[in-house]
Ligand binder design. Structure first.
Ligand code: SAH
Ligand code: F3S
Length: 491
């Protein structure tokens, strides 16, 4: 995942820009269609949110285009997690500005975490921006567009106490028709000292299970084969009738008794769609319970894969990061996972060069990695984020070259472990859900195993969306290569 500084253009089927189709869908009055272009950066949640925004815009008579230059509304859904992510967005805004010089009627909006972090300041710093909308305020976009039309300041960065978008059916953008994300929680209460998310996405709240199941039923009826339940902290899902997680203590005793936790939701979803693969992300070590692992074990359609960020292997650093667990507790959780789910894929997020990190702390990280031998990981150099506790209280004192060197040692170690893991599959037959054509070869399909490892094999007569048994004959550190054996009975 989760938060690579990714960019992806969000596209609709170009056919849908065709006037006849629009006439059918919207009636003749909407033939003069307005076009919006959305670009998304950052985590899966941002990509899922852009699909909510697309749905809201559809309601306002906009169609989504992948051609920036023909759009009258250009939106960029931003990420603040590291400084580099913000710089990337600033560069894109410069580019949009160059286009706006010729196309003066173009409206440019900033959505997401940067909007939330910078608020009104954005309008001052980036003259090109007309619209600033935080992650909980997308329903207000229609009103804000009217403000823009009347030359008024259009900023809404209010954070919500409710899940906010449960009643909106997202418009699937850039979809392969096979895998989809479904948001189940928003916000985060963990307050890791390096992280901007609690400030930009607010306090933690969960979505009504009824609306989650409705969205999944709809995806199932459209032929989707894999659902990823999304949240900054999915294992802390708690539905007691609505409201912030932190207010659960104020709930009535009946609400407390009948509350639905993540293991209950996971079971409900898995049971209701046995032929659909269920994934979830992200798990925080302190919130991942044995109950969740037991549900994973019980249902074949819950993928045997856990993304379990650790950030550091040093107790001293974990404490300064305000992570709510020790190195030993994390290792114990890994042992429990291995015991209950011996074939489970495990990945991590790791930060190199957190303030005060010593060479010994760094070695503790490397030897924790040796202990777990993760299947893969997302690794970052520490980036100080304004407003976070770390930025306010701890000097960013690890010199850049040292951060970089430690990061490359972590990456190198991960590559060794990834190769170790992929080599374990040589000679085995695994079930792969076909998702797309391989990037490297038009004659091969690419898909993933239950452990989330990418597998590539000759297309034969198989189709996107098929579950295929693949015999693994070769591998790199990141990819399994094999031959299809037949359609799989399992998922
Ligand atoms: N719970 C979230 C975490 C979001 S942040 C989720 O859904 O994944 C994703 C990762 O970015 C973190 O796990 C951490 O490894 C990294 N990260 C966050 N803040 C960072 C910072 N200030 N500098 C470097 N990396 C950071
Ligand atoms: Fe950030 Fe820690 Fe939450 S990394 S998203 S504050 S669990």
């Amino acid at each position: 995942m989760p938060l690579g500084d990714t960019i992806q253009k969000l596209e609709n089927n170009p056919l849908e820009h065709n006037g006849t189709l629009l006439e059918k869908r919207n009636g003749p009055s909407k033939l003069a269609v307005k076009l919006a272009y959305i670009e998304s950066y950052g985590c899966q949640m941002n990509f899922a949110d852009s699909e909510v925004v697309a749905s809201i815009l559809n309601g306002e008579g906009y169609e989504i285009t992948d051609n920036l230059k023909e759009a009258s509304l250009v939106l960029v859904n931003t990420c603040s997690i590291r400084e580099k992510a913000e710089q990337t967005v600033r560069k894109r805004l410069e580019y949009f500005n160059s286009i706006k010089k010729e196309k003066t009627d173009m409206t440019v909006g900033v959505l997401g975490c940067m909007a939330e972090r910078l608020k009104h300041q954005f309008l001052e710093e980036e003259k090109i921006v007309d619209l600033v909308v935080g992650p909980d305020a997308y329903k207000d976009i229609p009103n804000l567009l009217q403000e823009v039309a009347q030359d008024r300041e259009a900023v809404n960065v209010l954070l919500s106490k409710e899940e906010t978008y449960g009643d909106i059916a997202p418009v699937r953008l850039n979809s392969n028709g096979v895998s989809a994300f479904v948001s189940i929680t928003r916000g985060c209460d963990n307050m890791c000292t390096f992280c901007v998310v609690p400030f930009t996405r607010g306090r933690e709240r969960s979505r009504d299970p009824k609306s989650i199941l409705e969205e999944i039923n709809d995806l199932a009826s459209k032929g989707y084969k894999e659902i990823t339940l999304l949240g900054q902290n999915v294992d802390s899902y708690l539905w007691y009738g609505g409201g912030l997680k932190k207010d659960f203590i104020k709930a009535t005793s009946l609400q407390q008794k009948t509350a639905l936790r993540f293991e209950n939701l996971l079971e409900l979803v898995a049971k209701s769609h046995p032929k659909i693969r269920i994934r979830f992300s992200t798990s925080n070590p302190q919130d991942m319970s044995v109950e969740v692992l037991k549900v994973m074990k019980q249902y074949d359609n819950i993928c045997k894969y856990i993304h379990l960020p650790v950030q550091s292997g040093s107790n001293a650093i974990l404490k300064k990061m305000n992570r709510q667990h020790s190195r030993e507790e994390y290792m114990k959780l890994i042992d429990t996972i291995r015991e209950l789910l011996p074939n489970c894929g495990i990945s991590h997020d790791m930060i190199a060069g957190f303030p005060t990190e010593t060479e010994q702390d760094h070695h503790d990280t490397l030897n924790l990695m040796d202990y777990v031998k993760y299947d893969f990981g997302f690794m970052f150099a520490y980036s100080e984020r304004p407003g976070t506790l770390a930025a306010r209280k701890i000097e960013d004192d690890v010199p850049e070259p040292i951060k970089k060197r430690r990061l490359s040692e972590i990456i190198e170690k991960q590559q060794e472990h990834s190769r170790f893991r992929t080599e374990q599959y040589l000679g085995q037959t695994v079930c792969v859900l076909v998702e797309k054509e391989s990037k490297r070869s038009t004659t091969h399909w690419s898909g993933r195993t239950t452990q989330n490892t990418v597998a590539v094999f000759p297309k034969g007569s198989y189709q996107i969306g098929d579950f295929v048994e693949v015999k693994i004959t070769d591998c790199t550190s990141a990819t399994l290569l094999g031959e299809a054996v037949g359609i799989s009975e399992s998922v």
